[in-house]
Design a protein around this ligand. Structure first.
Ligand code: PEP
Length: 258
């Protein structure tokens, strides 16, 4: 089963809609450059809500081969939920993906497993694909329970999904200690976690579903470590990139190496 790798740029709370416009133009120009002549991986952008429309307009106007998505979503579809954005609103903006359960959301917002399950359901019901983020903290790694922890997080969220729903999921293994710290997981340990997650998917859904789910690695990915992570990671189908996705040339280079 061939899985098309994906490189997703999580902009977090960076780039207003004007900066987003500039960034997409620069990225498109860089990707078109003969030097970056690749078409083997999907490149997707996860802007803040306020920049999604600008990204959409540019991608559509220039027919760019880029996809995009959102960093969070409400579990409800409409009503008196001040400040929330629904899955239908995001789908109407042409989003393909929504990040769910990012460690920064789990930390700074009241997002527990039940809420994350509801977000996954809302995203799937609106016809988009959730990118479920899982991964251990430094403490869990110190105790040697990182694989159980990450697999447990996947298990808690996917347990009631149908085969068809599970196939739509992407899972990003992102050890919390590696996010934004410059400390990247070794290629062996990233692969070990991805393999453990895929093996769990096989146990629950069987091999044909498990082989379709794309598993990404995230945590201080840059152009110096991407090649090694991909080479050693037969279960790793691309990257979720934070800091390094804010530099168009660096991000394009990561995509070329993926
Ligand atoms: C992230 O926020 O998902 C992430 C992986 O960040 P960074 O690449 O900066 O570690």
């Amino acid at each position: 089963m061939t899985r098309i790798p994906v490189v997703a740029g999580n902009w977090k709370m960076n780039f207003d809609h004007l900066e987003a416009t500039y960034f997409v133009q620069k990225l498109a120009w860089t990707l078109r450059d003969a030097h970056f002549g690749f078409r083997h991986c999907e490149v997707t952008l996860m802007p803040p809500f306020t920049s999604i429309r600008s990204v959409q307009v540019l991608i559509e106007a220039d027919r760019l081969k880029l996809t995009y998505g959102a960093q969070a979503v409400s579990v409800t579809n409409q009503g008196a939920f001040t400040g929330d954005v629904s899955a239908d609103m995001l789908a109407k903006l042409g989003c393909t993906y929504v990040l769910v359960g990012h460690s920064e959301r789990r930390k700074y917002h009241p997002e527990d497993d039940a809420n994350i399950v509801d977000q996954v359901r809302a995203v799937l019901a609106a016809g988009m694909k959730p990118i479920l983020c899982v991964g251990e903290s430094f403490e869990e790694r110190r105790q040697g329970i990182e694989l159980e922890f990450a697999v447990g997080q996947v298990q808690d969220v996917i347990r009631d999904l149908s085969d068809k729903e599970a196939e739509q999921m992407l899972i990003a293994y992102e050890p919390v200690w590696a996010i934004g710290t410059g400390m990247v997981a070794t290629p062996q340990s990233a692969q070990q976690a991805a393999a453990a997650i895929r093996s769990h998917l096989t146990d629950v859904y069987g091999d044909s579903v498990a082989q379709r789910v794309r598993i990404l690695y995230g945590g201080s990915v840059n152009s110096s470590n991407a090649t090694q992570l991909m080479m050693e990671g037969k279960d790793i189908d691309g990257f979720l990139v934070g800091g390094a996705s804010l530099d168009a040339e660096e991000f394009a280079t990561i995509a070329r190496l993926t």
